[in-house]
Every structure is written in C-alpha cells, then in structure tokens.
Design a protein around this ligand. Structure first.
Ligand SMILES: [Zn+2]
Length: 355
C-alpha cells in the first residue's frame, strides 16, 4: 500500500498536472458505442456529450448555433452506421463531414493511443519550442497561464481562444506524424497573442475602417501562425487530409494580395459603404487570411527577414510594410502594395496602433 502510494506520488510529480482534457473525447466514444450497438440514444445522452468541457466551450466560443449542432448529431449517427448500411453509405459518400467522422470512428484505437501518448509526454513544452520560434523576446517573456488543451470531435480543425486550445484528435493524429505538436503550436501562438492583447489598450475603430482592420489583423495573425506549423503540415510526411486543397488555395494567394491592394486603394479614394464591413473583406482575404498571410510571411522569410517578422506579431501594419520591403527586393516575384495602399496603412497605424 505504502509502495503504491509513493509510486503514485512519484508518477504525479513526473508527469505534472495534466494540461490535456479528454472529457469530451471520452463522452464521444461513449455515445458512438451506443449508436453502433443499436441502443436508443436519448436527448439526455446528447446533452451529456455537449455539456462536457470541450464541447461546451467550443460551441460557445465559435458561436455554433443549435441547427449546426443538430446537423452534427445527425451526421455522427450516420457515420456510426455507415459500415453496415449500404444505402446510408451511398447517401453520404461525398459528405466530407460524415466521412471525416466515420474515419475518426474507424481509427478509434490509433487516435486513442495517440492522445494517451500525448498525456504522458511534455506535449505543451514541444508546442512552446515551435511557437517561440516565431515570437519576439518580449512575448516569450510575457507570463501567461498555460492553456488547457481540449480534445473533441466536431469538425476536422483546431482553434484557440481565451479558454484554451481545442483540437480534433484525428487531425492531431494526422498532423503530429511529421512533427509532434506542430499544429497545436499554431494554436498556442493564437492563444498567447489573445492573452497578450487582452492586456493591451484597444483603440476605438471608426465604422468605415472596421472591415479593413479586421482583414489586416487576420492576414498578419494567420500569416505568422502558419509559419509555425505549415512547413510540417504540408510536408510529404504529413497525413493532413486537406493537403491538396490547401496547396491549391495557396496558388491563388498572390491574386488575393493584389485584391487587398486594390481594395485598400478604393477605400482611400472614395466613400463606398460596401468596403466598410468584414463581409466584403472576407471575400478578399482567402480562408480568413490564411492563404495571403502565409504567402506574405513566406516572402518575408525568403528575403531573410526572420527576426524582423517576429517583431511584427503585435503590429499587423508592420507585417504589411515588411512584406512590401521583401517583395520589392525580390524583383517581380511577388505583387507589391502601391504607395496609395501603403499610405492608408500608415494612416491606420497612426490612428489605431498604440505603443
Ligand atoms: Zn490560425
């Protein structure tokens, strides 16, 4: 008994407090087992699943509405029954969400083993090593409370917000093959920046500028965060299921940069309420800024401005100025922002960036 107690204490000290929360994942396997066995799944069963820590916070923070949650329930039920039901299988053959949920179910032992392994290693430390490569010293020294990493199955994605980091276990399994913690480190970058900006002064933004400022921030944020993980995620060794799609999207990133430039020119030239909201800019900055941002960050790094790139993490306007410097030094390889667009960005920086 004493031996066991000492052993337990030693184990607890060795692993430290677990930062990984699998309550939603455990509840997910419970409900899939029940659906597959043909038992009646009650409203209470679904409520128990959705009230578990990971789902509750993920649904709240991503603004997921009731109808989407109901679609999730329907698709998860279908995914559990696909194997033995030919008509269901045919019906959902091209449904990416159902196929992804079905793949999770078929790889239950592999993903469970993967998440178990992460719990016995210093996963967060691996993430920090990667995320810190793209943070300046002032951000590395910034003290934040370590995030909880919630594993849950909803969409094939991950996200971060003030409550922590949210990971799909299948995505983590696919992406941790080339580099443990790389994709989660992308989310850690967002988590640290969210914690940091929470304490910064937030300027009031004029309604005419809101869409453009939202777009500029997203392009810069996702651009730098993508430098943390995409070289692994898009590598040969990665098993990322959307790799081809992502690489195709990247091909149109230069066009997106040109559109950002022409939109900034229009915004500085004449009053057009169409340009004021985030809706317009969403169509311009592909993938919420992921694709033009990554393209711009790669151009900056290719020009040898790695240190300067890190310094722009808390000033998105500087990210754009640094990109233009890199693009100009590379001849005709990359589109450049015009003097008119840059002048508007300089005005924005003066108005909204407070040191
Ligand atoms: Zn991101």
């Amino acid at each position: 008994m004493t031996y066991l107690l000492i052993h337990f204490i030693t184990m607890a000290c060795w692993f430290g407090p677990s930062q990984i929360n699998t309550k939603s994942l455990d509840a997910y396997w419970e409900i899939t087992k029940k659906i597959k066995s043909g038992e009646l799944v009650t409203e209470q069963d679904w409520e128990t699943l959705l009230a578990s820590d990971g789902y509750r916070l993920y649904i709240k923070n991503n603004g997921i509405d009731v109808s989407t949650v109901n679609i999730f329930k329907e698709k998860l039920t279908a995914a559990c029954l696909l194997e033995e039901n030919d008509s269901l299988s045919a019906l959902y053959k091209k449904d990416r969400w159902v196929q992804q949920l079905a793949r999770t179910i078929s790889l239950q032992s592999e993903t469970t083993e993967h998440v178990d392994k992460l719990q016995t290693m210093s996963y967060l430390d691996s993430m920090k090593v990667l995320a810190y490569k793209y943070l300046p010293v002032r951000l590395i020294q910034f003290e934040y409370q370590d995030p909880t990493i919630y594993f849950l199955v909803f969409d094939y994605d991950g996200s971060a917000n003030i409550d922590g980091i949210f990971m799909n276990p299948l995505l983590s399994f696919d992406l941790d093959q080339p580099k443990i913690g790389a994709f989660a480190a992308h989310e850690l970058h967002h988590f640290i920046m969210d914690q940091y900006s929470k304490n910064q002064h937030q300027s009031h933004i004029d309604s005419t500028d809101r869409g453009a400022i939202w777009a500029i921030k997203n392009v810069a944020n996702e651009g730098i965060a993508n430098m943390v993980d995409k070289k692994y995620v898009l590598s040969e060794a990665s098993n990322y299921q959307d790799k081809e799609w992502y690489l195709e999207k990247l091909k149109v990133a230069p066009k997106s940069v040109e559109e950002i430039n022409s939109s900034l020119e229009k915004l500085s030239s004449f009053a057009d309420s169409k340009l004021y909201g985030a809706g317009y800019w969403q169509g311009v900055i592909l993938g919420n800024g992921h694709f033009p941002g990554y393209f711009m960050a790669c151009a900056i790094e290719d020009a040898g401005f790695h240190e300067e790139l890190k310094q722009t993490v808390d000033n998105p306007f500087q990210f754009f100025f640094l990109y233009n410097k890199a693009a100009r030094s590379a001849g005709n390889k990359y589109p450049v922002f015009s003097d008119q667009a840059i002048s508007l960005l300089r005005d924005f920086e003066k108005k909204y960036f407070v040191k």
